[in-house]
Design a protein around this ligand. Structure first.
Ligand code: MTE
Ligand code: MO
Length: 524
Protein backbone atom coordinates (compact mmCIF):
# COMPACT_ATOMS: atom_id res chain seq x y z
CA UNK A 1 0.00 0.00 0.00
CA UNK A 2 2.41 2.66 -1.07
CA UNK A 3 1.27 6.14 -0.55
CA UNK A 4 2.60 9.41 -1.62
CA UNK A 5 2.63 11.91 1.23
CA UNK A 6 2.31 10.87 4.88
CA UNK A 7 -0.42 9.13 6.79
CA UNK A 8 -3.65 11.01 7.39
CA UNK A 9 -3.52 13.48 10.24
CA UNK A 10 -5.81 11.41 12.42
CA UNK A 11 -3.98 8.16 11.70
CA UNK A 12 -3.48 7.32 15.37
CA UNK A 13 -7.11 7.86 16.20
CA UNK A 14 -8.26 5.93 13.15
CA UNK A 15 -5.97 3.07 14.08
CA UNK A 16 -7.31 2.98 17.63
CA UNK A 17 -10.86 3.05 16.30
CA UNK A 18 -10.03 0.23 13.89
CA UNK A 19 -8.68 -1.76 16.83
CA UNK A 20 -11.85 -1.22 18.85
CA UNK A 21 -14.08 -2.21 15.94
CA UNK A 22 -11.97 -5.34 15.45
CA UNK A 23 -12.16 -6.10 19.17
CA UNK A 24 -15.93 -5.77 19.27
CA UNK A 25 -16.25 -7.98 16.18
CA UNK A 26 -14.03 -10.56 17.81
CA UNK A 27 -16.06 -10.63 21.02
CA UNK A 28 -19.30 -10.90 19.08
CA UNK A 29 -17.92 -13.83 17.10
CA UNK A 30 -16.71 -15.43 20.33
CA UNK A 31 -20.16 -15.01 21.86
CA UNK A 32 -21.67 -16.98 19.01
CA UNK A 33 -19.07 -19.74 18.99
CA UNK A 34 -19.01 -20.10 22.78
CA UNK A 35 -22.79 -20.42 22.88
CA UNK A 36 -22.27 -23.40 20.61
CA UNK A 37 -19.23 -24.87 22.40
CA UNK A 38 -20.20 -23.99 26.01
CA UNK A 39 -20.68 -20.69 27.82
CA UNK A 40 -17.49 -21.11 29.88
CA UNK A 41 -15.32 -21.21 26.75
CA UNK A 42 -15.65 -17.51 25.86
CA UNK A 43 -12.33 -15.62 25.92
CA UNK A 44 -13.27 -13.14 28.65
CA UNK A 45 -14.60 -15.89 30.90
CA UNK A 46 -11.60 -18.12 30.21
CA UNK A 47 -9.03 -15.41 30.85
CA UNK A 48 -11.01 -14.33 33.92
CA UNK A 49 -10.95 -17.89 35.20
CA UNK A 50 -7.21 -18.05 34.72
CA UNK A 51 -6.81 -14.75 36.58
CA UNK A 52 -8.93 -16.07 39.47
CA UNK A 53 -6.70 -19.14 39.66
CA UNK A 54 -3.48 -17.14 39.51
CA UNK A 55 -4.08 -14.09 41.71
CA UNK A 56 -2.19 -14.15 45.01
CA UNK A 57 -4.47 -14.89 48.00
CA UNK A 58 -4.21 -11.39 49.54
CA UNK A 59 -5.34 -9.77 46.28
CA UNK A 60 -8.30 -12.10 46.08
CA UNK A 61 -9.26 -11.36 49.68
CA UNK A 62 -8.94 -7.67 49.00
CA UNK A 63 -11.23 -8.00 45.97
CA UNK A 64 -13.84 -9.89 48.00
CA UNK A 65 -13.68 -7.30 50.78
CA UNK A 66 -13.89 -4.32 48.41
CA UNK A 67 -16.24 -5.58 45.72
CA UNK A 68 -18.08 -8.28 47.66
CA UNK A 69 -20.09 -10.53 45.41
CA UNK A 70 -19.66 -8.04 42.53
CA UNK A 71 -16.00 -9.11 42.33
CA UNK A 72 -16.74 -11.16 39.22
CA UNK A 73 -18.35 -8.28 37.39
CA UNK A 74 -15.41 -6.03 38.25
CA UNK A 75 -12.99 -8.69 36.96
CA UNK A 76 -14.89 -8.96 33.69
CA UNK A 77 -14.95 -5.19 33.22
CA UNK A 78 -11.25 -5.03 33.98
CA UNK A 79 -10.48 -7.65 31.33
CA UNK A 80 -12.67 -5.84 28.79
CA UNK A 81 -10.85 -2.60 29.52
CA UNK A 82 -7.44 -4.22 29.02
CA UNK A 83 -8.68 -5.85 25.85
CA UNK A 84 -9.89 -2.49 24.54
CA UNK A 85 -6.49 -0.93 25.25
CA UNK A 86 -4.63 -3.77 23.54
CA UNK A 87 -6.99 -3.70 20.56
CA UNK A 88 -6.57 0.04 20.14
CA UNK A 89 -2.80 -0.42 20.40
CA UNK A 90 -2.84 -3.15 17.74
CA UNK A 91 -4.83 -0.81 15.50
CA UNK A 92 -2.27 1.94 15.91
CA UNK A 93 0.51 -0.50 15.08
CA UNK A 94 -1.43 -1.64 12.01
CA UNK A 95 -1.73 1.90 10.75
CA UNK A 96 1.69 3.23 11.68
CA UNK A 97 3.78 0.14 10.86
CA UNK A 98 1.97 -2.36 8.67
CA UNK A 99 -1.56 -3.78 8.63
CA UNK A 100 -0.04 -7.24 8.80
CA UNK A 101 1.64 -6.47 12.14
CA UNK A 102 -1.61 -5.31 13.67
CA UNK A 103 -3.32 -8.42 12.38
CA UNK A 104 -0.62 -10.64 13.85
CA UNK A 105 -1.06 -8.92 17.23
CA UNK A 106 -4.82 -9.55 17.04
CA UNK A 107 -4.16 -13.20 16.28
CA UNK A 108 -1.81 -13.36 19.25
CA UNK A 109 -4.53 -12.06 21.59
CA UNK A 110 -6.84 -14.72 20.22
CA UNK A 111 -4.15 -17.25 20.98
CA UNK A 112 -3.88 -16.04 24.59
CA UNK A 113 -7.64 -16.56 25.00
CA UNK A 114 -7.44 -19.96 23.33
CA UNK A 115 -4.64 -21.12 25.61
CA UNK A 116 -6.48 -19.84 28.68
CA UNK A 117 -9.71 -21.54 27.60
CA UNK A 118 -8.11 -24.87 26.73
CA UNK A 119 -6.09 -24.76 29.95
CA UNK A 120 -9.08 -24.49 32.28
CA UNK A 121 -9.26 -27.55 34.52
CA UNK A 122 -12.61 -28.62 33.08
CA UNK A 123 -11.81 -27.76 29.45
CA UNK A 124 -11.75 -29.84 26.32
CA UNK A 125 -9.71 -28.79 23.27
CA UNK A 126 -12.94 -27.48 21.72
CA UNK A 127 -12.88 -24.71 24.31
CA UNK A 128 -10.09 -23.03 22.35
CA UNK A 129 -12.43 -22.47 19.39
CA UNK A 130 -14.22 -19.25 20.45
CA UNK A 131 -10.94 -17.44 21.09
CA UNK A 132 -9.36 -18.83 17.93
CA UNK A 133 -12.28 -17.65 15.83
CA UNK A 134 -12.23 -14.31 17.66
CA UNK A 135 -8.54 -13.90 16.86
CA UNK A 136 -9.07 -14.61 13.17
CA UNK A 137 -12.06 -12.25 12.97
CA UNK A 138 -10.14 -9.51 14.77
CA UNK A 139 -7.12 -9.98 12.52
CA UNK A 140 -9.22 -9.83 9.35
CA UNK A 141 -11.21 -6.77 10.39
CA UNK A 142 -8.10 -5.00 11.61
CA UNK A 143 -6.19 -5.82 8.44
CA UNK A 144 -8.92 -4.40 6.24
CA UNK A 145 -9.49 -1.29 8.35
CA UNK A 146 -5.85 -0.36 8.84
CA UNK A 147 -5.27 -1.05 5.16
CA UNK A 148 -8.01 1.42 4.32
CA UNK A 149 -6.41 4.02 6.56
CA UNK A 150 -3.11 3.60 4.75
CA UNK A 151 -4.67 3.85 1.31
CA UNK A 152 -4.59 7.34 -0.12
CA UNK A 153 -7.90 9.12 -0.40
CA UNK A 154 -8.84 11.54 -3.15
CA UNK A 155 -5.78 13.09 -4.78
CA UNK A 156 -4.20 16.16 -3.31
CA UNK A 157 -4.98 15.75 0.41
CA UNK A 158 -3.53 13.63 3.17
CA UNK A 159 -6.82 11.70 3.35
CA UNK A 160 -7.38 7.97 3.44
CA UNK A 161 -9.79 5.57 1.81
CA UNK A 162 -12.74 6.64 3.85
CA UNK A 163 -15.28 4.79 1.77
CA UNK A 164 -13.53 1.47 2.23
CA UNK A 165 -13.00 2.14 5.94
CA UNK A 166 -16.68 2.91 6.52
CA UNK A 167 -17.81 -0.06 4.46
CA UNK A 168 -15.75 -2.41 6.60
CA UNK A 169 -16.93 -0.72 9.82
CA UNK A 170 -20.57 -1.07 8.79
CA UNK A 171 -20.16 -4.64 7.59
CA UNK A 172 -18.42 -5.73 10.78
CA UNK A 173 -20.91 -3.85 12.95
CA UNK A 174 -23.76 -5.62 11.18
CA UNK A 175 -22.06 -8.98 11.36
CA UNK A 176 -21.22 -8.44 15.04
CA UNK A 177 -24.78 -7.51 15.92
CA UNK A 178 -26.09 -10.64 14.23
CA UNK A 179 -23.45 -12.90 15.77
CA UNK A 180 -23.87 -11.41 19.24
CA UNK A 181 -27.65 -11.66 19.20
CA UNK A 182 -27.60 -15.18 17.81
CA UNK A 183 -25.11 -16.20 20.50
CA UNK A 184 -27.12 -14.55 23.22
CA UNK A 185 -30.36 -16.11 22.06
CA UNK A 186 -28.97 -19.61 21.87
CA UNK A 187 -27.20 -19.14 25.21
CA UNK A 188 -30.43 -17.91 26.76
CA UNK A 189 -32.40 -20.79 25.36
CA UNK A 190 -29.85 -23.23 26.78
CA UNK A 191 -30.15 -21.56 30.19
CA UNK A 192 -33.94 -21.58 29.91
CA UNK A 193 -33.92 -25.31 29.14
CA UNK A 194 -31.76 -25.98 32.18
CA UNK A 195 -34.03 -23.80 34.33
CA UNK A 196 -37.12 -25.58 33.05
CA UNK A 197 -35.57 -28.97 33.80
CA UNK A 198 -34.75 -27.84 37.32
CA UNK A 199 -38.21 -26.36 37.86
CA UNK A 200 -39.83 -29.60 36.71
CA UNK A 201 -37.99 -31.66 39.34
CA UNK A 202 -40.10 -32.85 42.21
CA UNK A 203 -38.09 -33.56 45.31
CA UNK A 204 -39.47 -36.45 47.34
CA UNK A 205 -40.46 -35.83 50.94
CA UNK A 206 -37.62 -36.64 53.33
CA UNK A 207 -37.75 -39.93 55.20
CA UNK A 208 -36.08 -38.05 58.03
CA UNK A 209 -37.44 -34.49 58.08
CA UNK A 210 -35.76 -31.66 59.94
CA UNK A 211 -37.51 -31.18 63.21
CA UNK A 212 -40.00 -28.33 63.07
CA UNK A 213 -38.35 -25.06 63.99
CA UNK A 214 -38.80 -24.53 67.71
CA UNK A 215 -40.84 -21.41 68.42
CA UNK A 216 -38.59 -18.48 69.11
CA UNK A 217 -35.60 -19.36 66.91
CA UNK A 218 -36.11 -16.00 65.24
CA UNK A 219 -36.27 -12.91 67.42
CA UNK A 220 -38.72 -10.14 66.56
CA UNK A 221 -36.03 -7.45 66.51
CA UNK A 222 -36.25 -5.09 63.51
CA UNK A 223 -33.13 -5.32 61.41
CA UNK A 224 -32.37 -8.91 62.38
CA UNK A 225 -32.45 -11.27 59.39
CA UNK A 226 -34.66 -14.35 59.26
CA UNK A 227 -33.45 -17.53 61.00
CA UNK A 228 -33.46 -19.42 57.69
CA UNK A 229 -31.75 -17.38 54.99
CA UNK A 230 -33.84 -17.26 51.79
CA UNK A 231 -32.04 -18.72 48.77
CA UNK A 232 -32.17 -15.40 46.95
CA UNK A 233 -30.20 -13.66 49.69
CA UNK A 234 -27.89 -16.55 50.62
CA UNK A 235 -24.28 -15.47 50.14
CA UNK A 236 -22.52 -16.90 47.13
CA UNK A 237 -18.78 -17.51 46.96
CA UNK A 238 -17.09 -19.48 44.21
CA UNK A 239 -14.58 -19.19 41.41
CA UNK A 240 -17.11 -19.83 38.65
CA UNK A 241 -17.41 -16.85 36.29
CA UNK A 242 -20.24 -18.65 34.55
CA UNK A 243 -22.51 -20.71 36.78
CA UNK A 244 -22.44 -24.34 35.59
CA UNK A 245 -25.89 -25.46 34.46
CA UNK A 246 -25.74 -29.19 34.29
CA UNK A 247 -28.97 -31.15 33.80
CA UNK A 248 -29.90 -33.47 36.66
CA UNK A 249 -30.41 -36.30 34.19
CA UNK A 250 -26.84 -35.95 32.99
CA UNK A 251 -25.31 -35.78 36.45
CA UNK A 252 -23.14 -38.60 37.74
CA UNK A 253 -20.94 -38.91 40.80
CA UNK A 254 -17.96 -41.19 40.75
CA UNK A 255 -16.64 -42.43 44.09
CA UNK A 256 -13.24 -44.07 44.04
CA UNK A 257 -9.74 -44.00 45.49
CA UNK A 258 -7.78 -45.46 48.35
CA UNK A 259 -9.69 -47.88 50.50
CA UNK A 260 -12.71 -47.87 48.21
CA UNK A 261 -13.49 -51.56 47.86
CA UNK A 262 -16.65 -51.02 45.81
CA UNK A 263 -16.28 -47.99 43.52
CA UNK A 264 -19.66 -46.41 42.88
CA UNK A 265 -21.15 -44.23 40.21
CA UNK A 266 -24.35 -42.58 41.34
CA UNK A 267 -26.93 -40.85 39.20
CA UNK A 268 -29.45 -38.26 40.33
CA UNK A 269 -32.24 -40.83 40.26
CA UNK A 270 -30.16 -43.02 42.58
CA UNK A 271 -30.07 -40.20 45.10
CA UNK A 272 -33.83 -39.62 44.84
CA UNK A 273 -34.40 -43.33 45.45
CA UNK A 274 -32.33 -43.34 48.64
CA UNK A 275 -33.36 -42.33 52.12
CA UNK A 276 -33.50 -38.54 52.06
CA UNK A 277 -32.76 -36.51 55.15
CA UNK A 278 -33.46 -32.88 55.77
CA UNK A 279 -31.27 -30.81 58.09
CA UNK A 280 -30.80 -27.18 59.07
CA UNK A 281 -27.14 -26.29 58.69
CA UNK A 282 -25.38 -22.93 58.83
CA UNK A 283 -22.74 -22.51 56.16
CA UNK A 284 -19.88 -20.06 56.60
CA UNK A 285 -17.10 -18.87 54.35
CA UNK A 286 -13.52 -18.75 55.60
CA UNK A 287 -13.22 -15.37 53.88
CA UNK A 288 -15.81 -13.93 56.22
CA UNK A 289 -14.28 -11.07 58.17
CA UNK A 290 -15.33 -10.53 61.76
CA UNK A 291 -18.78 -8.96 61.46
CA UNK A 292 -19.12 -10.01 57.82
CA UNK A 293 -22.09 -11.51 56.04
CA UNK A 294 -20.57 -14.49 54.23
CA UNK A 295 -22.62 -16.84 56.37
CA UNK A 296 -26.13 -18.20 55.93
CA UNK A 297 -28.47 -20.78 57.35
CA UNK A 298 -30.51 -23.10 55.16
CA UNK A 299 -32.66 -26.22 55.33
CA UNK A 300 -30.83 -28.77 53.21
CA UNK A 301 -32.25 -31.95 51.72
CA UNK A 302 -29.96 -34.77 50.72
CA UNK A 303 -28.55 -38.20 51.38
CA UNK A 304 -26.13 -39.02 54.14
CA UNK A 305 -22.65 -38.92 52.72
CA UNK A 306 -21.44 -41.38 55.37
CA UNK A 307 -23.91 -44.05 54.17
CA UNK A 308 -22.74 -43.68 50.59
CA UNK A 309 -19.07 -43.84 51.57
CA UNK A 310 -19.62 -46.93 53.72
CA UNK A 311 -21.36 -48.63 50.82
CA UNK A 312 -18.25 -47.95 48.80
CA UNK A 313 -16.24 -49.68 51.51
CA UNK A 314 -14.67 -46.57 53.02
CA UNK A 315 -13.52 -46.82 56.63
CA UNK A 316 -12.59 -43.94 58.88
CA UNK A 317 -8.84 -43.57 59.55
CA UNK A 318 -9.57 -44.32 63.24
CA UNK A 319 -10.89 -47.70 62.07
CA UNK A 320 -7.93 -48.47 59.90
CA UNK A 321 -9.06 -46.80 56.70
CA UNK A 322 -6.08 -45.80 54.52
CA UNK A 323 -7.51 -42.47 53.33
CA UNK A 324 -7.85 -39.45 55.61
CA UNK A 325 -8.91 -36.98 52.93
CA UNK A 326 -12.05 -36.97 50.82
CA UNK A 327 -11.44 -34.84 47.74
CA UNK A 328 -14.57 -33.55 46.06
CA UNK A 329 -14.22 -32.31 42.51
CA UNK A 330 -16.79 -30.12 40.82
CA UNK A 331 -17.78 -30.07 37.16
CA UNK A 332 -15.76 -26.84 36.82
CA UNK A 333 -12.60 -28.36 38.24
CA UNK A 334 -12.73 -27.02 41.82
CA UNK A 335 -11.23 -29.42 44.34
CA UNK A 336 -12.22 -29.41 47.99
CA UNK A 337 -10.64 -31.69 50.60
CA UNK A 338 -12.53 -32.81 53.70
CA UNK A 339 -11.32 -35.02 56.56
CA UNK A 340 -12.78 -38.52 56.15
CA UNK A 341 -12.89 -38.83 59.93
CA UNK A 342 -15.17 -35.81 60.19
CA UNK A 343 -17.52 -36.96 57.46
CA UNK A 344 -17.91 -40.36 59.17
CA UNK A 345 -18.16 -39.15 62.79
CA UNK A 346 -21.94 -39.16 62.88
CA UNK A 347 -22.64 -35.56 61.94
CA UNK A 348 -25.08 -34.82 59.13
CA UNK A 349 -22.64 -34.58 56.23
CA UNK A 350 -24.85 -34.46 53.16
CA UNK A 351 -24.85 -34.90 49.45
CA UNK A 352 -27.44 -32.16 49.18
CA UNK A 353 -29.97 -31.80 46.37
CA UNK A 354 -32.42 -29.40 48.01
CA UNK A 355 -32.14 -26.02 49.70
CA UNK A 356 -35.00 -24.42 51.60
CA UNK A 357 -37.67 -26.52 49.96
CA UNK A 358 -36.53 -26.39 46.35
CA UNK A 359 -33.92 -28.09 44.22
CA UNK A 360 -30.53 -26.42 44.77
CA UNK A 361 -30.35 -23.13 42.88
CA UNK A 362 -27.79 -23.27 40.06
CA UNK A 363 -25.60 -20.75 41.88
CA UNK A 364 -25.60 -22.93 44.98
CA UNK A 365 -24.51 -26.12 43.29
CA UNK A 366 -27.32 -27.72 41.28
CA UNK A 367 -27.79 -30.57 40.89
CA UNK A 368 -25.75 -31.85 43.87
CA UNK A 369 -23.36 -30.33 46.39
CA UNK A 370 -21.78 -31.32 49.66
CA UNK A 371 -22.63 -29.77 53.01
CA UNK A 372 -20.75 -30.72 56.18
CA UNK A 373 -21.75 -29.03 59.45
CA UNK A 374 -18.84 -27.46 61.29
CA UNK A 375 -16.38 -26.92 58.44
CA UNK A 376 -15.83 -23.81 56.35
CA UNK A 377 -17.23 -24.05 52.83
CA UNK A 378 -13.84 -24.25 51.12
CA UNK A 379 -13.06 -27.52 52.92
CA UNK A 380 -16.48 -29.11 52.75
CA UNK A 381 -19.20 -27.64 50.59
CA UNK A 382 -18.26 -28.50 47.00
CA UNK A 383 -20.93 -27.27 44.58
CA UNK A 384 -21.71 -28.85 41.18
CA UNK A 385 -20.23 -32.05 42.53
CA UNK A 386 -18.82 -34.52 40.01
CA UNK A 387 -16.38 -36.81 41.78
CA UNK A 388 -15.33 -38.01 45.23
CA UNK A 389 -11.85 -39.40 45.55
CA UNK A 390 -10.36 -40.93 48.69
CA UNK A 391 -6.74 -40.02 49.30
CA UNK A 392 -4.54 -38.58 52.05
CA UNK A 393 -3.73 -35.04 53.11
CA UNK A 394 -0.07 -35.95 52.73
CA UNK A 395 -0.53 -36.94 49.10
CA UNK A 396 -2.81 -34.23 47.79
CA UNK A 397 -3.42 -30.49 48.21
CA UNK A 398 -6.83 -29.24 47.12
CA UNK A 399 -7.34 -25.98 45.21
CA UNK A 400 -7.28 -23.49 48.10
CA UNK A 401 -4.59 -25.38 49.98
CA UNK A 402 -2.30 -24.75 47.00
CA UNK A 403 -3.14 -21.08 47.50
CA UNK A 404 -1.97 -20.68 51.09
CA UNK A 405 -5.17 -21.72 52.89
CA UNK A 406 -5.14 -24.33 55.64
CA UNK A 407 -5.84 -27.93 54.65
CA UNK A 408 -8.15 -28.40 57.61
CA UNK A 409 -10.49 -25.68 58.79
CA UNK A 410 -13.22 -26.23 61.36
CA UNK A 411 -15.51 -23.22 61.74
CA UNK A 412 -14.38 -20.84 64.48
CA UNK A 413 -16.86 -19.57 67.03
CA UNK A 414 -18.14 -16.21 65.85
CA UNK A 415 -20.77 -13.66 66.74
CA UNK A 416 -22.03 -10.59 64.97
CA UNK A 417 -23.94 -7.46 65.97
CA UNK A 418 -26.62 -6.79 63.33
CA UNK A 419 -28.44 -4.01 65.17
CA UNK A 420 -27.73 -1.27 65.85
CA UNK A 421 -25.71 -0.78 62.68
CA UNK A 422 -22.27 0.76 62.93
CA UNK A 423 -22.32 4.54 63.31
CA UNK A 424 -26.03 4.48 64.07
CA UNK A 425 -27.46 7.57 65.76
CA UNK A 426 -29.54 6.40 68.70
CA UNK A 427 -31.68 7.93 71.42
CA UNK A 428 -30.98 7.33 75.05
CA UNK A 429 -33.08 4.68 76.74
CA UNK A 430 -33.45 0.98 76.05
CA UNK A 431 -31.81 -0.07 72.79
CA UNK A 432 -32.07 -3.62 71.44
CA UNK A 433 -28.58 -4.86 70.59
CA UNK A 434 -29.03 -8.05 68.59
CA UNK A 435 -27.38 -10.37 66.13
CA UNK A 436 -26.35 -13.94 65.44
CA UNK A 437 -23.68 -16.27 66.77
CA UNK A 438 -22.43 -19.54 65.32
CA UNK A 439 -20.16 -22.41 66.29
CA UNK A 440 -21.38 -25.18 64.03
CA UNK A 441 -21.52 -28.65 65.50
CA UNK A 442 -20.50 -27.37 68.92
CA UNK A 443 -23.50 -25.10 69.34
CA UNK A 444 -23.74 -21.72 71.03
CA UNK A 445 -24.34 -21.78 74.79
CA UNK A 446 -24.06 -18.07 75.60
CA UNK A 447 -23.59 -14.67 74.02
CA UNK A 448 -22.18 -11.73 75.89
CA UNK A 449 -22.09 -8.04 75.11
CA UNK A 450 -20.04 -5.26 76.62
CA UNK A 451 -20.09 -1.51 76.31
CA UNK A 452 -16.92 0.58 76.19
CA UNK A 453 -14.80 -2.28 77.43
CA UNK A 454 -16.91 -2.68 80.59
CA UNK A 455 -18.07 -5.94 82.14
CA UNK A 456 -19.56 -8.61 79.88
CA UNK A 457 -23.35 -8.83 80.09
CA UNK A 458 -25.37 -11.93 79.25
CA UNK A 459 -27.52 -11.57 76.14
CA UNK A 460 -30.81 -13.42 75.81
CA UNK A 461 -30.47 -16.33 73.39
CA UNK A 462 -33.15 -17.29 70.93
CA UNK A 463 -34.23 -20.93 70.99
CA UNK A 464 -31.66 -23.36 69.64
CA UNK A 465 -32.59 -25.24 66.48
CA UNK A 466 -29.59 -27.57 66.38
CA UNK A 467 -25.91 -27.36 67.26
CA UNK A 468 -25.27 -27.04 63.53
CA UNK A 469 -27.19 -23.79 63.17
CA UNK A 470 -26.53 -20.25 64.21
CA UNK A 471 -28.40 -18.69 67.07
CA UNK A 472 -29.93 -15.26 67.33
CA UNK A 473 -29.48 -13.20 70.48
CA UNK A 474 -30.58 -9.87 71.93
CA UNK A 475 -29.39 -7.69 74.77
CA UNK A 476 -31.45 -4.74 76.01
CA UNK A 477 -29.00 -1.92 76.49
CA UNK A 478 -29.81 0.99 78.78
CA UNK A 479 -28.11 3.44 76.44
CA UNK A 480 -26.71 6.66 77.84
CA UNK A 481 -25.84 9.75 75.80
CA UNK A 482 -22.44 9.86 74.15
CA UNK A 483 -20.29 7.79 71.84
CA UNK A 484 -20.07 4.12 72.67
CA UNK A 485 -18.42 0.95 71.49
CA UNK A 486 -20.43 -2.27 71.60
CA UNK A 487 -18.65 -5.62 71.47
CA UNK A 488 -19.94 -9.17 71.32
CA UNK A 489 -18.54 -12.60 71.97
CA UNK A 490 -20.03 -16.07 72.09
CA UNK A 491 -19.42 -19.15 74.19
CA UNK A 492 -19.68 -22.44 72.31
CA UNK A 493 -21.35 -25.64 73.46
CA UNK A 494 -18.10 -26.94 74.95
CA UNK A 495 -17.83 -23.87 77.15
CA UNK A 496 -14.99 -22.33 75.16
CA UNK A 497 -15.17 -18.55 74.95
CA UNK A 498 -14.75 -16.95 71.53
CA UNK A 499 -11.26 -15.52 71.36
CA UNK A 500 -10.74 -11.78 71.21
CA UNK A 501 -7.37 -12.22 69.57
CA UNK A 502 -7.58 -10.57 66.18
CA UNK A 503 -6.55 -12.62 63.17
CA UNK A 504 -7.33 -12.08 59.50
CA UNK A 505 -9.15 -14.59 57.35
CA UNK A 506 -5.97 -16.25 56.03
CA UNK A 507 -5.13 -19.10 56.53
CA UNK A 508 -8.05 -20.64 58.41
CA UNK A 509 -10.65 -18.04 59.33
CA UNK A 510 -10.81 -14.70 61.13
CA UNK A 511 -10.99 -14.30 64.89
CA UNK A 512 -11.73 -11.37 67.15
CA UNK A 513 -14.79 -9.70 68.62
CA UNK A 514 -17.18 -7.81 66.40
CA UNK A 515 -17.25 -4.18 67.43
CA UNK A 516 -19.79 -1.50 66.55
CA UNK A 517 -19.49 2.23 67.28
CA UNK A 518 -22.67 4.16 67.89
CA UNK A 519 -23.67 7.60 69.03
CA UNK A 520 -26.48 8.13 71.51
CA UNK A 521 -28.16 11.53 71.56
CA UNK A 522 -29.09 13.24 74.86
CA UNK A 523 -32.30 12.21 76.61
CA UNK A 524 -33.78 15.67 75.78
N1 MTE B 1 -17.44 -25.89 42.79
C1 MTE B 1 -17.20 -25.02 43.78
N2 MTE B 1 -17.69 -25.28 45.01
C2 MTE B 1 -17.48 -24.42 46.01
C3 MTE B 1 -16.71 -23.25 45.82
C4 MTE B 1 -16.19 -23.00 44.52
O1 MTE B 1 -15.51 -22.01 44.27
N3 MTE B 1 -16.46 -23.91 43.52
N4 MTE B 1 -16.51 -22.39 46.87
C5 MTE B 1 -16.64 -22.93 48.22
C6 MTE B 1 -16.69 -21.89 49.22
S1 MTE B 1 -15.25 -21.05 49.51
C7 MTE B 1 -17.80 -21.65 49.97
S2 MTE B 1 -17.74 -20.61 51.30
C8 MTE B 1 -19.09 -22.30 49.65
C9 MTE B 1 -20.15 -21.26 49.44
O2 MTE B 1 -21.37 -21.85 49.09
P1 MTE B 1 -22.55 -20.92 48.60
O3 MTE B 1 -22.05 -20.12 47.44
O4 MTE B 1 -23.68 -21.83 48.25
O5 MTE B 1 -22.91 -20.02 49.78
O6 MTE B 1 -19.01 -23.08 48.48
C10 MTE B 1 -17.84 -23.84 48.38
N5 MTE B 1 -18.00 -24.70 47.24
MO1 MO C 1 -15.59 -19.81 51.25
Amino acid sequence: MPRSGGLPRSAGLLGAAAGLVAGVSALAAAELVSAWVRPQSGPVTAVGGAVVDLVPPPVREWAIQVFGTSDKLVLRLGILLLLALFAAGAGVVGVRARPLYGAVLALAFGLVGAVAAAGRPDASPRDALPSAVAGVVAAAVLYLLTGAVRRPGPPGGRGYDRRRFLTVVLASAGGSAVAYLAGRLSGASGAADAAADRAALELPAPASPARPLPPGVGLPVPGLGPFLTPNASFYRIDTALVVPRLGADRWTLRIHGEGVTRPLTLRYADLLARELVERDITLACVSNEVGGDLVGNARWLGVRLADVLREAGVRAPSRGGPADQLVARSVDGMTIGTPVETVLDGRDALLAIGMNGEPLPFAHGFPVRMVVPGLYGYVSACKWLAELRLTTFAAYDAYWVRRAWAAQAPVKTQSRIDVPRGNAALRAGTVAVAGVAWAQHRGVSAVQVRVDGGPWQQAVLAAEDTVDTWRQWVWRWPATPGRHVLEVRAVDGTGAVQTGEEQGVLPDGATGWHRVRVEVAGAD
